[in-house]
Design a protein around this ligand. Structure first.
Ligand code: NAD
Length: 373
């Protein structure tokens, strides 16, 4: 039935007479249905989808498709409405959603997880985690600026000299670098810290100052990710942050270790030493948080006037941008699964093998570890 979906006529010709690139160009071989109201919060109206050639339908009709593209994992009560043997591509988080995966397996679903796409150069175009991290870093700065009582940029005006705001960003991955670039563009003095030495050059290229500790320890884990640091290293970086807390106006933390709880790097004593009116944003809040006093999902001001932003849904707070980037990631991922004239799940492809969870109900997750060459 996947083929049937893919084989719909294109400009009157059967699809098997046309190349995959033709499908990519016209995409008219695919009958696209969109759930009514799906784009409302992102400023895309039903009419926009109609004009783009899609058919706007109610939710049960949309879920009764051969291929379903979604943002979040499905709700349990949506699963029985999926066609047996259909394909679902969405964020899945299979390690946290085992019951959901089992229910989908019983329906013979083929399931692909956008959150499991391997983070290799070739797959950057499908990398929705990076797209969302980029948005989170940007939005963290915007939220901080919104709750900060001064300009970011320094000014000399007739009414007096205004110093630039000082921003500290902890963790220089995708989100951290995005935050550094945004704060720098807004005129702040920006400092960054990361355990991975490779990040120094990246922070400096964005105009930030890279902070360092005296202790030498490599923070590189596998595949460009961080590893858990020794207690000595964590103590040394916390000593550095304790000094910074007295100086900076805004702290944005993004330090994560894949599969582990986020390390606490800013203690309540450090927060107590910050100036009233300072703002802290914790992008690791969902993974336990880097800031001891953060409340995941909440915003509040503590007793010494430090605004705490613990939002865990920053991409949703920039909905049009998130939708646009995610749509690009997911459609390019889907369209990559073509061979000559038909839809084809190539399990020899590292990207597909890394991100497939179920193949017609058969559990293929977790994938085998990458071959060491
Ligand atoms: P992440 O969200 O897992 O972690 C954020 C950052 O926190 C990392 O830079 C990490 O080094 C840092 N960190 C961890 N512990 C820390 C501590 N105790 N103190 C300070 N910082 C700490 O990272 P991410 O943004 O998802 O990606 C990390 C890296 O993966 C990227 O910088 C890049 O090199 C690589 N990557 C590659 C691709 C690709 O090739 N397609 C895509 C995305 C990311």
């Amino acid at each position: 039935n996947f083929r049937r979906w893919y084989c719909a006529p294109i400009r009157g010709k059967p699809y098997n007479q046309l190349s995959v690139s033709a499908v990519k160009e016209v995409f008219k071989g695919i009958n696209v249905k969109v759930e009514s109201g799906a784009g409302a919060l992102s400023q895309f109206s039903d009419n926009d989808y109609n004009q783009a050639g899609a058919k706007v339908v109610d939710k049960s009709n949309a879920l009764n498709s051969d291929v379903i593209l979604k943002v979040r994992p499905p709700l349990k009560d949506e699963i029985p409405t999926f066609k047996s043997g259909s394909t679902l591509i969405s964020f899945v988080y299979p390690a946290q959603n085992k019951e959901l995966v089992e229910l989908l397996a019983k329906q013979n679903i083929s399931l692909f997880a956008m959150d499991c796409v391997p983070r290799i150069s070739r797959a950057q175009v499908f990398d929705a985690l990076s797209s969302m991290a980029n948005i989170s870093g940007y939005k963290a700065v915007i939220e901080a600026a919104n709750h900060f009582g001064r300009f970011f940029t320094g000014q000399i005006t007739a009414a007096g000299k205004i110093p630039p705001a000082k921003v500290l960003v902890i963790g220089g991955g995708v989100a951290g670098l995005s935050a550094i670039g945004t704060a720098k563009n807004m005129g702040a003095i920006v400092r960054g810290f990361d355990t991975r030495a490779a990040v120094k050059e990246q922070i400096e290229s964005l105009g930030g100052e890279f902070l360092e500790v005296k202790i030498k320890e490599s923070g590189e884990g596998g595949g460009g990710y961080a590893k858990e640091m020794s207690p000595e290293f964590i103590a040394a970086e916390m000593e550095l942050f304790a000094k910074q807390c007295k100086e900076v106006d805004i702290i944005i933390t993004t330090a994560l270790i894949p599969g582990k709880k986020a390390p606490i790097l800013i203690t309540k004593e450090m927060i107590a030493s910050m100036k009233p009116g300072s703002v802290v944003v914790d992008l690791a809040a969902e993974a336990g948080g880097n800031i001891e006093t953060i409340k995941p999902g909440e915003i509040y001001t503590n007793s010494n006037g430090v605004v705490h932003i613990g939002y865990t849904d920053l991409p949703s707070r920039l909905p049009t941008q998130s939708s646009t980037l995610y749509a690009n990631n997911i459609t390019k991922y889907l369209l990559s699964m073509g061979q000559k004239d038909h839809f084809f799940v190539n399990l020899e492809d590292e990207v597909i093998r890394g991100s497939i969870v179920l193949d017609n109900g058969k559990l293929l997750w977790p994938p085998p570890p990458p071959k060491v060459t």
